[in-house]
Design a protein around this ligand. Structure first.
Ligand code: HSE
Length: 403
């Protein structure tokens, strides 16, 4: 039997405890031995809960108990998650986490400590919730040169955008509903401003390239400026708007990486990824395109991925499984060099304004039921070129990139 501890009895931590209990036999069979929860660390009390008798408030109990071999970190944030995880690895315990902020900020160091101490630092649940993506990238696709990863990686924002698109909900009510359903981060800014997606694409690109990707270098734009009028245009064009995280390897060794709302058409594989679901496209140089789809957030799907990591740790209890990335830094291309078509909303009437907009190439002009504005689709331009021309042009209300 292997003893485990869970740090943080919130949405994910309580899900892990529930799965270990409900799927006890399944887990034992897969791991080759029973995984038994010994401690749950949390500052709060949970009277009447199934883990009442396992609750502790002092981390050193876990750190100093040699019987505990696997620790789940489900506290979120960096402090105290980072010092606690580091201490567990140094004490020779395996760690499984769902915390993308931790993995993106300290993954390089924690992977290295795990290697040196012959234990494992696993983080399948940190990207895509219950969707298997870290392990497929680390094992099944290792014979590939991964050229591109584009994903809808945040369930909360996808839920919000879907409600706005399909049901005409306001941004605020959709966000409240996502929070009620347990999808959103404690601080919704991490979701709606794209920071959560940014950390997730950084983790995926680090695995794809085998090098450290600094999430702070990834251009990130959230969905707070997306409005119902944008969706009116999108509908007229047979398109939708999705928050995507994207990483592409370039021929010069650099990686283009960004997080932004993207207009995509009905034939794009991510178009059908709705509600809280996530979808991740991975392009390999031999494989072509594969897609990974499923529940990207929520208690049991995410906890299921954590439990799978615990099983993997139990199966390799004396050995570090090779995965992750090294400390060499992956260079990120400046955002100004990335090229897109642009959907541009303009104030005024096309007759008067179009002659002044020729620098954008004018591939298409779109009108909705408004006397005050219209929109154009530009030619393919670099971000730097777009910025320069937009600064000179009059009446630009909004710009959204188009795939
Ligand atoms: N807040 C995150 C999301 C949770 O909505 O996707 C899963 O990482």
């Amino acid at each position: 039997m292997m003893k485990a501890a869970v740090m943080g009895y919130g949405t994910i931590g309580s899900g892990v405890a529930e799965i270990l209990e409900k799927n006890k036999e399944v887990v034992a069979k897969a791991a080759g031995q029973e995984i038994s929860l010994k401690y749950v660390l949390d500052l709060r009390e949970f009277p009447g809960s199934p883990v009442e008798d396992k609750l502790i408030h002092d981390f050193s109990v876990i750190e100093q108990d040699p019987e505990v071999q696997i620790v789940v970190e489900a506290m979120g944030g960096l402090n105290p998650a980072y010092p606690f995880v580091k201490a567990c690895l140094l004490a020779g315990k395996h760690v499984a986490t769902s915390n993308k902020a931790l993995v993106a900020a300290y993954g390089t160091e924690l992977l290295e400590i795990a290697r040196k101490n012959h234990v494992n630092f696993f983080f399948e649940a940190s990207v895509g919730g219950g969707i298997p993506i870290i392990r497929p990238l680390s094992t099944c696709l290792t014979g590939e040169k991964i050229q591109e990863i584009t994903g809808i990686l945040n369930g909360t924002t996808n839920f919000i955008l879907t409600k706005m698109d399909k049901e005409g909900w306001s941004f605020d009510s959709a966000l409240k509903e996502a929070q009620r359903l347990g999808y959103a981060e404690q601080n919704p800014e991490a979701d709606v401003e794209g920071h959560d997606t940014c950390r997730k694409i950084a983790i995926l690109m680090a695995i794809a390239t085998g090098m450290e990707v600094n999430y702070e270098e990834i251009y990130t734009e959230g969905i707070t400026r997306i409005s119902d009028t944008d969706f009116q245009y999108a509908e007229k064009m047979g398109m939708s708007i999705k928050l995507v995280g994207c990483g592409k390897r370039k021929d010069d060794g650099m990686v283009s990486a960004y997080v932004l709302p993207l207009m995509i058409s009905r034939d794009h594989p991510l178009y059908m990824v709705s509600d809280v679901y996530n979808g991740i496209l991975v392009k390999g140089n031999m494989l072509g395109t594969t897609m990974y789809y499923g529940s990207g957030a929520g208690k049991l799907p995410t906890a299921s991925a954590v439990v799978a990591d615990m099983i993997e740790a139990a199966k390799h209890s004396k050995q570090n499984v090779s995965m992750g990335w090294c400390s060499r830094k992956q260079e990120i291309a400046p955002m100004g060099t990335n090229e897109f078509h642009y959907f541009i909303r303009i104030s005024g009437q096309p007759e008067g304004m179009l002659p002044k907009l020729t620098a954008f190439g004018l591939r298409e002009v779109i009108s909705i039921d408004s006397q005050d504005e219209f929109a154009i689709i530009s030619k393919k331009m670099s971000e730097a070129e777009l910025k320069e021309e937009a600064a000179k042009a009059e009446g630009i209300l909004k710009v959204i990139r188009i795939e």
